[in-house]
Design a protein around this ligand. Structure first.
Ligand SMILES: NC(=O)C1=CN([C@@H]2O[C@H](COP(=O)(O)OP(=O)(O)OC[C@H]3O[C@@H](n4cnc5c(N)ncnc54)[C@H](O)[C@@H]3O)[C@@H](O)[C@H]2O)C=CC1
Ligand SMILES: N[C@@H](CC=O)C(=O)O
Ligand code: NA
Length: 432
């Protein structure tokens, strides 16, 4: 055991950072023996030194980022956002410090620049907390599965939206109330639109797909829909049809042998109650990975929250600190392939189309004809009377798997037809 401490600089003592600081203190003896040297927090970067930070030694607080970086062996970035996080990480790398970050927004937008800078400077860049919080998923995909051929990743990777949808389903909570609760519990991003509009899940999907497929997947190529349009009626209809609504991240290789391209998308989907993802409640996340040799793997755990996420951050701190204390280096970047990232129009899914229709003879036949014309095959139809005297009915049509472009054509036809009063929701069905 070395007496020379590994010096840690913490940037951003918020929901996650404050738990990292607490655990670094409380677990210091264990961490030292795992690393082979004591870990010493040499400073905590904050915006306002005057502000009281419960549980943090005021002597450690600083607003001088450059001076803090200069004395650190490991920089832990937990501020979030693009700037100043990006500049701080690049300066840390240039100064020869290892970096640990949970910043998926930054990695999805500027990952290649950061990975290349770390490789060039021969320093570690670890980011286990950036995807699915406490769940070990970056290491398995980046290292354990590096010798396999990953075909598909399907997961719930955003705790906030899973919590919101779960509360709406299990307790009938209003959308806004559930979002506020997720914020209060420390699950949501500083701007919760990052969660509910699917940006956070899209960033995680881009990171996972890049690592799993050894392909650069730019964030802009990830198809994204959030959950803000999901209504209480959608949730009730999902329950009636034996499903639950989940925000899913899906990344798959397409074509014969997976050589056609890569498709990465985030959207709400109907998941059958019998599927394991339907039982992922609250802020828990789950990620399925289908690999050629390994077969199916499933990773499950807390995807958000200060303490669970701090666990992943600390695991990375131990790895980087071990290398500093005893030598060695973490994984380097793959050499990347050049498969195209395909647009959503090139993918296919099963769909549930829910609509209000006039309750009169011939309507069902007219709608069926429109689907047939676009080559979209109906699997089931459920009709409910729309209430006495309304003259309306609600129709829920589940399709067989169909290309997105064909379903788009059907929706255009349905919208301009007098056989349909209103399209109420269009949801993909996944996991069957
Ligand atoms: N909260 C969670 O469950 C999870 C968060 N993450 C990621 O961890 C990072 C931190 O998240 P939270 O702790 O939830 O955020 P937070 O908003 O609670 O904490 C961020 C901290 O950084 C400070 N900060 C932000 N910008 C700053 C600036 N320009 N200068 C100085 N200080 C600044 C804030 O004052 C605050 O103390 C983000 O990248 C987030 O995406 C990752 C996984 C889970
Ligand atoms: N806001 C994120 C936090 C973890 O990444 C989420 O809700 O999953
Ligand atoms: Na993780």
């Amino acid at each position: 055991m070395s007496d020379t401490p590994v010096k840690i600089a913490l940037f951003g003592p918020g929901t996650v950072g404050s738990q990292v600081a607490r655990l670094l203190t409380e677990q210091s003896a264990d961490l030292a023996s795992r690393v082979g040297a004591p870990l010493e927090v040499v400073g905590v970067y904050v915006r306002d030194i005057g502000k009281d930070r419960v549980g943090l030694d005021p002597a450690l607080l600083t607003d001088d980022a450059d001076a803090l970086i200069a004395k650190a062996d490991v920089v832990v970035e937990l501020m979030g956002g693009i700037e100043p996080a990006k500049s701080i990480i690049l300066k840390a790398i240039a100064a020869g410090a290892g970096v640990v970050t949970a910043n998926k927004a930054l990695l999805a937008a500027h990952g290649p620049e950061l990975y290349e800078a770390a490789d060039a400077a021969n320093v570690d860049l670890y980011f286990e907390a950036a995807v699915a919080g406490a769940i070990p998923i970056i290491r398995p995909v980046r290292e354990s599965l590096a010798g396999d051929h990953v075909r598909r990743i399907l997961g719930i990777v955003n705790g906030t939206t899973n919590y919101v949808l779960d509360e709406m389903t299990a307790r009938g909570l209003d959308y806004e109330v559930a979002v506020k609760q997720a914020q209060d519990l420390g699950y949501a991003e500083a701007d919760p639109s990052a969660d509910v509009d699917g940006f956070d899940a899209a960033a995680k999907a881009a990171i996972l797909a890049s690592l799993a497929f050894h392909q650069r997947v730019p964030l802009g190529d990830v198809y994204r829909e959030g959950i803000s349009a999901i209504t209480a009626a959608d949730v009730a209809a999902a329950t009636d049809s034996g499903h639950v609504i989940k925000l899913l991240a899906i990344a798959e290789r397409t074509g014969e042998g997976g050589d056609g391209g890569v498709s990465v998308r985030v959207h709400p989907a109907l998941v059958p109650l019998s599927h394991p993802l339907a039982s992922v409640h609250g802020a828990y996340n789950a990620v399925f990975v289908e690999a050629e040799a390994a077969g199916d793997l499933m990773f499950y755990g807390q995807g958000a929250g200060g303490t669970p996420t701090a666990s992943a951050v600390l695991g990375d701190v131990v790895s980087v600190a071990r290398h500093i204390a005893r030598g060695g280096r973490g994984p380097r970047e793959s050499h990347y392939g050049d498969l195209p990232v395909l647009p959503i129009s090139a993918s296919s899914s099963r769909f549930q189309l829910r609509m209000t229709v006039p309750d009169r003879p011939g309507v069902l036949a007219a709608i069926a004809a429109m689907l047939a014309q676009s080559g979209v095959s109906i699997e089931t139809v459920r009709q409910q009377a729309g209430g006495v005297g309304t003259g309306l009915a609600t129709l829920a049509i589940a399709t067989h798997r169909a290309p997105e472009s064909d379903v788009t054509a059907v929706l255009d036809a349905l919208r301009s037809s007098d056989a349909v009063t209103e399209i109420r929701s269009v949801l993909r069905i996944e996991g069957e």
